[in-house]
Design a protein around this ligand. Structure first.
Ligand code: 8IG
Length: 279
């Protein structure tokens, strides 16, 4: 078995993803996972409602996964068994409890390694969740919003070389329709990824709005592109944890973000579980 710190910079990232998938199949006893979820800020509790946790693996033990950036935070990957009680059908979900952000400076390959591992593990769809800032004053902290499309303002791509991938229906219409079956009131918006780690200036938020953006964040777009390239259907759901800079009178604080996530936790966890059961 390859060491967990297998060098993504010098090894074919798809080989590392296959190594990681093989490690997970062995460690969880589940040879194939059907669906994957990446849980962002505010979404951490969602895994518990999905189904029965079959196995939990420390992410940094898995080939190509970095130790978590936040001190004292142990990132885990869970295998969850979801049984449809009507049909008896069983779905195996791979839940990535943390992600690597572009602003950590570990490279784009590391940012999208989780999604590529999910694809190598057999997943046909991925649900990407995040916490973000909102431009619409009607979307208070704690509002979940479906991502309809994105603006990638990171000036980079997870794809290397002449890899031309169509992104017309990147955030799958089919999956968004399923989400709105569960909650017909779900709003939709265009997610704008900045590199971070600082929040935007009010002028940058106004720019995002002029460009057609509704949400501002520091993740998701590169993962979505890599997922589509790997053949996965993508569903993106943001949790607005704060109004973007300049939209509200008060300055942004990380404490506000954590608080909004905690308050919205039970509701968005239930929403996510209902959606995943129908995918
Ligand atoms: I949570 O207001 C969260 N993440 N870029 N801007 C950006 N990222 C965020 C924000 C925000 N809130």
């Amino acid at each position: 078995m390859t060491s967990p710190d297998l060098d993504l910079a010098s090894t074919d990232p798809f080989d590392v993803a296959r190594e990681a998938a093989a490690y997970l199949a062995d460690a969880t006893g589940v040879p194939r996972h059907d669906i994957a979820l990446v849980l962002g800020s505010g979404w951490g509790g969602a895994a518990d409602l999905l189904g029965e946790t079959v196995a939990e693996v420390v992410s940094s033990d898995v080939p190509g996964f970095a130790a978590p950036a936040v001190e004292g935070h142990v990132g885990t990957i869970r295998s969850i068994r979801i049984e449809d009680h009507r049909s008896g059908e069983v779905t195996h979900a791979l839940v990535l409890g943390s992600r690597t952000h572009l602003y950590e400076g570990k490279g784009v390959r590391r940012v999208v390694h989780g999604v590529r591992t999910a694809a190598a593990a057999g997943a046909r769809a991925v649900v990407l969740t995040n916490g973000c800032g909102g431009l619409n004053p009607a979307w208070g902290p704690g509002t979940p919003v479906l991502i309809s499309d994105h603006l990638n303002l990171t000036a980079t791509s997870p794809l290397e070389g002449a890899t031309f991938v169509d992104l017309t229906d990147l955030y799958a219409t089919r999956l968004r329709a399923i989400a709105r079956e569960v909650d017909p009131g779900l709003a939709e918006g265009v997610y704008v990824q900045f590199r971070g780690p600082h929040y935007e200036t009010p002028a940058e938020v106004r720019m995002a709005g002029v460009l057609g953006g509704d949400l501002v964040g520091m993740s998701t777009t590169l993962e979505a592109i890599a997922a589509r390239h790997a053949g996965l259907e993508v569903l993106g759901i943001s949790l607005v944890t704060n109004l973007a800079a300049g939209i509200s009178a008060t300055p942004l604080s990380h404490a506000e973000v954590i608080e909004a996530g905690a308050a919205a936790g039970p509701r968005i966890s239930a929403l996510l579980a209902d959606i995943v059961r129908r995918i």
